[in-house]
Write a protein that binds this ligand. Structure first.
Ligand code: ADP
Ligand code: ADP
Length: 226
């Protein structure tokens, strides 16, 4: 079973710029996949399309077999997205941000609070549960974004540059957290422009250059070639 199957994916933005030129990419269930590339390579465009925030121009996308075009609702339930920018309401309290997110997926408040407690404790944010999000540090906001993405128990977690601007200590904490999550069965895809991060964490690597996937192989095979 594939967590993600992408065939012939292209994207041309409205200004005419072609950001993706026919991406083919499969991620196996349970895998930990790094999509590596320089700024502007097309990483955010790719994951934006998978998570239905950006319209594709052509090609096919399936998540756990659900087609982006014809089964969008089911597809979205499979995915937890951690975008780069903090896009929660800064005036809301941490616990409410999580509970409201669960509400979008039809999860009852009592169940939502149970789940929130689990993630807030694991991510060391439990003490902050009644604080407004704006009062959190950058690193705490980053962890809040991860907790929020996990509230509906997605089978695929997608993170866009999760450790950009994060200090080395928090980066290590996040790596440990993500590794555990993956070991417990969540398929993870992250974008990064640090090879080192991909190497530390991921079992499979795709390298994207100017809208083309130029490398797609198990990490150990890539490391053997270097
Ligand atoms: P789409 O073709 O997916 O509908 P648009 O072309 O409408 O996307 O652009 C979406 C948003 O991205 C617009 O607000 C646009 O100003 C912004 N944008 C335009 N060029 C860039 C760029 N090079 N990088 C990032 N964002 C851009
Ligand atoms: P990455 O995530 O790898 O840094 P992106 O997917 O954000 O790359 O961008 C890929 C290319 O598409 C870049 O050249 C970027 O400027 C361009 N781009 C991104 N968004 C838009 C947009 N809305 N309109 C036009 N061009 C865009």
């Amino acid at each position: 079973m594939y967590a993600l199957e992408i065939k012939g994916l292209t994207k041309q933005y409205k200004n005419g710029f072609k950001a993706l030129h026919g991406i083919d990419l499969c991620v196996k269930e349970g895998d930990f996949y790094a999509l590596l590339g320089h700024n502007g390579a097309g990483k955010s465009t790719t994951i934006g399309i998978i998570s239905s925030l950006i319209n594709k121009t052509s090609g096919q996308v399936k998540v756990f077999g659900y087609d982006l075009d014809s089964q969008l609702g089911l597809l979205k339930q499979q995915i937890g997205l951690v975008p780069q920018e903090f896009n929660f309401n800064q005036f809301e309290k941490v616990l409410d941000i999580l509970a409201n997110q669960a509400g979008y997926y039809g999860i009852e408040r009592s169940e939502a609070e149970k789940r929130a407690e689990v993630w807030l404790k694991k991510l060391d944010l439990w003490d902050k549960r009644n604080q407004q999000a704006m009062r959190l540090s950058g690193g705490m906001k980053r962890r809040l974004m991860i907790a929020r993405a996990l509230m509906h128990k997605p089978r695929l977690l997608i993170l866009d540059e999760p450790t950009a601007g994060v200090d080395i200590e928090l980066r290590r904490t996040m790596w440990t957290f993500l590794r555990e999550l993956n070991e417990q069965g969540t398929t993870i895809i992250l974008t990064t422009h640090y090879l080192e991060e991909a190497e530390m964490l991921c079992r499979h690597i795709g390298i994207i250059q100017q809208g083309r996937l130029v490398v797609d192989m198990p990490m150990k095979d890539l490391l053997a070639k270097l």
